[in-house]
Design a protein around this ligand. Structure first.
Ligand code: NDP
Length: 449
């Protein structure tokens, strides 16, 4: 059952449905934001007159292009790629590139739309955008990945620039892919424009703590939610879905802060290790050898691998969905709550379905939406741009400290805004309204853009 929208907002949503047929994930992301904006229009009626919401729902620019490439046997393949430049009121478009066979315009638009508010929440000068391709990097050789990235950038480069649009990684795009993409950009433009891409390697313009930032930031956010309830992570049992970039560093920070992480996963199955996940082993399997997570159980005594298992059935205090959109549904949420889970924070983008979010909110557990909880990644990307602009290279400790301060600040702003708008403890309301007001005010100030 969907929540009814305010009478001023329902026609806007109907228009979004009409203008963007078949893009279910985009509809879901827009609906989730509109559900919370009713009280904002009461307090700031001028935003309705300026049609700010209608403008925010329409990307400033959408680019769709063909990516032809050749595999190692010489066979030609054609993929489709996207870059949605959603909103530049606060700075250059900023958001990652995703390579996954499920990618289509609706996925990139939902991610780009969320990115606008997330980036606003960081208080750093970055607008919102997102891109990607339906290319599947799984099972491809390094050379194939390189040829694909070079072909993609041969088209995309003309739309990028450190003051225009600055991509980064996401699912299927890590440092290897960023290297090939950045290398091709540099070659075509004849410019060493470090600030045009983030998530770069440490030897060529990357920032320390960027790789760790999304996962660490999510756990810093959890720490703040728990503090607000006079609790801490010490001694808590956690489960983390996924075993990619975000999941690995969420596990690392949770363990550093005294939690015991007992489960993680990939798209084939789940690992349960009651002794606590051996992160060194996960990193070797996933980051170095690029194998499936099932390999963990082959090497670790006492660990269990369940093919196609449902991680949300594992009892825990804290659940961190860090894999992909809509991976946790209403039934999963009920199970988590029944089994004693008190805290959920989204390392991934939109991993909880609207039904799951309602279950968490009805049970009054601490629930941190991705826009706020995983904003540490893009925030540290903005810190990478800052270092690039000043030709500087900060220490790990300093960068991590900045990240933690940013997450504390995001938490405080969301918490206070939720209170101000009559929804204490509701971080969805807090995050959406804080982000929306910042972007809207900039848009109004800049005239009809
Ligand atoms: P990675 O590609 O590094 O890892 C993704 C992980 O999720 C893999 O373990 C993958 O398993 C798993 N996964 C993907 N699809 C599914 C599925 N349908 N069911 C179960 N597991 C699945 O990506 P990231 O860690 O970078 O991104 C994860 C999430 O975090 C995404 O939602 C992304 O948008 C979000 N995010 C990422 C940021 C970043 O800085 N990287 C910043 C903010 C948000 P498999 O290998 O089997 O596919």
């Amino acid at each position: 059952m969907t929540v009814r929208l305010d009478e001023k907002l329902e026609p806007i949503y109907q228009d979004v449905l009409r203008r963007n047929p078949g893009e279910n994930e985009f509809h879901q992301a827009v609906h989730e934001v509109l559900e919370t904006l009713g009280p904002v229009l009461v307090k700031y009626p001028e935003l309705a007159e300026h049609k700010v919401i209608q403008r925010i729902c329409e990307p400033e620019r959408q680019i769709i292009f063909r990516v032809p490439w050749q595999d190692d046997q010489g066979e030609i393949h054609i993929n489709r790629a996207f870059r949605v430049e959603f909103n530049s009121a606060l700075g250059p478009y900023k958001g990652g590139m995703r390579f996954h066979p499920s990618v289509y315009l609706g996925i990139i638009k939902f991610l780009g739309f969320e990115q606008i508010f997330k980036n606003a929440l960081t208080d750093l000068p970055i607008g919102g955008g997102k891109g990607g391709s339906d290319f599947d990097p799984k099972g491809k050789s390094d050379d194939e990945i390189m040829r694909f990235c070079q072909s993609l950038m041969t088209e995309l480069y003309r739309h990028l620039g450190e003051y225009t649009d600055v991509p980064a990684g996401d699912i299927g795009v890590g440092q290897r892919e960023v290297g090939y993409l950045f290398g091709q950009y540099k070659r075509i433009t004849n410019r060493y424009e470090s600030g045009v891409f983030t998530g770069k390697g440490l030897d060529w313009g990357g920032s320390r703590a960027r790789k760790e930032a999304t996962g660490y930031g999510t756990v810093f956010f959890v720490q703040e939610m728990l503090k607000a309830r006079k609790e801490s992570l010490e001694g808590k049992t956690c489960i983390v879905s996924g075993s990619g970039n975000v999941a690995i560093y969420a596990i690392e920070k949770a363990e550093q802060l005294g939690a015991k992480v007992i489960a993680c996963s990939d798209s084939s199955g789940i690992i349960v290790d009651e002794k606590g996940i051996d992160l060194k082993l996960v990193k070797r399997i996933k980051e170095v050898e690029r194998r499936r997570i099932s390999a963990y159980a082959e090497e670790r005594k006492g660990a269990k691998y369940v093919e196609d298992g449902n991680i949300w059935g594992v009892p825990c205090d804290v659940a961190l969905p860090c894999a992909t959109q809509n991976e946790l549904n209403g039934k999963d949420a009920k199970k988590l709550v029944e089994q004693g889970c008190t805290t959920v924070a989204e390392g991934a983008n939109m991993p909880c379905t609207p039904e799951a979010i309602r279950v968490f909110q009805d049970a009054s557990i601490a629930y941190g939406p991705g826009k706020a909880a995983n904003a540490g990644g893009v925030a540290t990307s903005a810190l990478e741009m800052q270092q690039n602009a000043s030709r500087d290279f900060w220490t790990f400790q300093y960068t991590e400290k900045r990240l933690e301060e940013i997450m504390v600040n995001i938490h405080r702003n969301c918490y206070e805004t939720a209170d101000e708008f009559g929804a204490p403890g509701n971080y969805v309301v807090g995050a959406n309204i804080t982000g929306f007001l910042k972007v809207s005010k900039a848009m109004v100030a800049m005239g009809l853009i």
